[in-house]
Ligand binder design. Structure first.
Ligand code: NIG
Ligand code: FE
Length: 423
C-alpha cells in the first residue's frame, strides 16, 4: 500500500537537502546532505518525505509526478538582506563611479541613499509595488523563494510606513515570501543634515513605536514572520552609540535586531550585535580579527554580500573564509539595491563567493539556503529539504550541484516549487 501525496519528484541525479537544526558552522558547511538518485514527496505545501528514489516510490504515490532525471533538486534560495523596494535608479552615480568617484564620496555629497530617498518619497505605494514586482519576478526565476526586504528609502515617518505597506502588498502579490525589516536609520535625511543625533531621537521616539504598531496588525505577525529593526553603522551614517539606541529601541518594541556593520569602516558593530543578540550582522568587510573571533563564539549569523564589492569594482572582499574557519555561522545575500548592488541573482553571488572569498560550492549553497534562513530567524521553516518544512524547492538543469557555483551568467533553475505548487 502506498501513501497519497500531492507531488512526487523522483529520479533526480542529486537531491541536496542542506538539512540542519542549527546554523551550519565549520566542516558542516561542506556537507549539503546529498542523496544520489533521490526523490522528494510533498503534501499540503510541506515536505512529507525525502530519500532514495526506489524506497520513496515504494511507499508513496501522488497526483502530480515529476521525473527529474538529469536534474538536481535543492532547497529554494533564501536572500536574507535586500533593499529591493525603491523608486528611481542610480544610473548617473554608476557612471560617476566608473569615472572614479567612490561610493562614500557620492554619499557624502548628498547622493547615494538620499537620492533614492527622493524618488521613493515621490512614489505611491502602488508605484513602488509596480516598480518592484519585476525585480522580485527576476529573483524568483533565479531561485529565490524567501527574501528579506528593508525600508530605509523613506527616512520620514509617512514614507517609511509607506514602504512597509508596499512590502506587505508585494508579499501578497507574488510567490516569494517576504520578511520585512524596518530601517529608518539607513541614512540621515536632508531635514536633519548635520543632526544625526536629533534624527535618532525621532526614530526612537516616534518611528519605531509606529512601525511596531503597524506590525501588530499586519499579516506578517499573523503568519509568525518577524519585523526586524536594522541600522547602518558607518561613518557619515550612524555611529556605534546611535546604532545601539536604535537597536535597543527596536528590541524594546519586540523587533529583533539586524545591523549593517563594517561595510567600509569598523566602528564596533559586531560587538554590539553579539551583545544585543542580533539575529544577523551584515557586510563584515572591514571586520577585525578580534571581532571575527567574537562573532564565531556567538549565535549571531554573519551575512556577507560580495555582489557589493564586485559592483563597486573592489578587489577586497569580506574574509568569509576566515569567518567560516573560525566557526562563525555565515550566510550569503545579494543586498539587491539601486546603489551598491543592483543584483537580483543569488547564483551570481555564489559564483563570486567561490572565486573571491574562496568558499567551496557546498559552503556557498548552505550559506544561501539553511544559514540564510537562520539569518532571518526562519531556520525551522525554510532553507532545507526536511520533512515538515515548507516545500520550497528548485529543479536545476545539471547533474551535479557544484555547477551552481561553477557556472555564472546564465540560469540553471528550470522549475521553482513554492509551498508545494509548481510555478
Ligand atoms: O547594504 N549600506 C547601506 N545600504 C546598502 C546600500 C543602499 C544604497 O546604496 O542604496 C548596502 O550596501
Ligand atoms: Fe544593505
Amino acid at each position: 500500500m502506498t501513501l497519497d501525496a500531492d507531488l512526487l519528484i523522483h529520479s533526480a541525479a542529486q537531491v541536496v537537502t542542506c538539512a540542519s537544526d542549527v546554523p551550519k558552522r565549520g566542516a558542516a558547511m561542506q556537507d549539503v546532505g546529498l542523496i544520489s538518485h533521490g526523490a522528494v514527496v510533498v503534501k499540503d505545501g510541506r515536505i512529507l518525505a525525502i530519500g532514495p528514489t526506489e524506497s520513496i516510490r515504494e511507499r508513496y504515490s501522488a497526483l502530480q509526478v515529476i521525473n527529474a532525471s538529469g536534474q538536481v533538486v535543492c532547497p529554494g534560495f533564501v536572500d536574507p538582506h535586500t533593499h529591493v523596494v525603491y523608486g528611481g535608479d542610480r544610473l548617473g552615480e554608476f557612471e560617476q563611479r566608473i569615472r572614479g568617484a567612490t561610493y562614500l564620496e557620492i554619499m557624502a555629497a548628498g547622493g547615494g541613499i538620499v537620492s533614492t530617498m527622493r524618488a521613493t518619497r515621490e512614489a505611491s505605494v502602488e508605484a513602488l509595488v509596480v516598480a518592484t514586482l519585476p525585480r522580485l519576478a527576476q529573483m524568483l526565476r533565479l531561485g529565490t523563494t524567501t527574501a528579506e526586504v528593508k525600508t530605509g528609502y523613506g527616512l520620514d515617518l509617512e514614507s517609511e510606513l509607506k514602504m512597509l505597506e508596499a512590502i506587505a502588498a508585494l508579499d501578497l502579490a507574488q510567490p516569494i515570501d517576504l520578511v520585512p525589516t524596518f530601517m529608518p536609520a539607513h541614512a540621515v535625511p536632508p531635514e536633519f543634515n548635520g543632526r544625526a543625533q536629533a534624527y535618532v531621537d525621532w526614530v526612537v521616539a516616534e518611528m519605531i513605536p509606529a512601525a511596531a504598531e503597524w506590525y501588530q496588525t499586519s499579516h506578517f505577525a499573523v503568519d509568525g514572520r518577524p519585523l526586524f529593526c536594522d541600522v547602518f553603522c558607518e561613518q557619515n551614517a550612524f555611529d556605534l552609540a546611535q546604532s545601539r539606541r536604535v537597536l535597543e529601541a527596536g528590541l524594546a518594541y519586540g523587533l529583533p535586531a539586524k545591523i549593517h556593520a563594517d561595510e567600509f569602516t569598523s566602528l564596533g558593530g559586531v560587538g554590539l550585535a553579539v551583545e544585543l543578540r542580533a539575529t544577523s550582522v551584515d557586510h563584515l568587510d572591514a571586520t577585525t580579527a578580534a571581532d571575527v573571533a567574537r562573532l564565531a563564539e556567538s549565535n549571531v549569523v554573519g551575512i556577507v554580500l560580495p555582489a557589493v564589492n564586485f559592483n563597486l569594482g573592489s578587489h577586497e572582499f569580506a574574509n568569509a573564509r576566515a569567518l567560516i574557519d573560525a566557526g562563525a555561522a555565515i550566510a550569503l545575500s545579494t543586498d539587491i539595491n539601486p546603489g551598491s548592488a543592483p543584483c537580483p541573482s543569488l547564483p551570481l553571488v555564489l559564483a563570486i563567493a567561490t572565486r573571491y572569498q574562496r568558499l567551496l560550492p557546498a559552503e556557498v549553497l548552505n550559506a544561501a539556503t539553511i544559514n540564510a534562513a537562520f539569518g532571518l530567524g526562519l531556520g525551522d521553516r525554510v532553507g532545507a529539504l526536511t520533512p515538515g518544512k515548507q516545500a520550497d524547492l528548485l529543479l536545476l538543469n545539471c547533474t551535479d550541484y557544484r555547477q551552481l557555483a561553477y557556472q555564472f551568467g546564465g540560469n540553471l533553475v528550470s522549475t521553482v516549487v513554492k509551498n508545494g505548487r509548481i510555478l
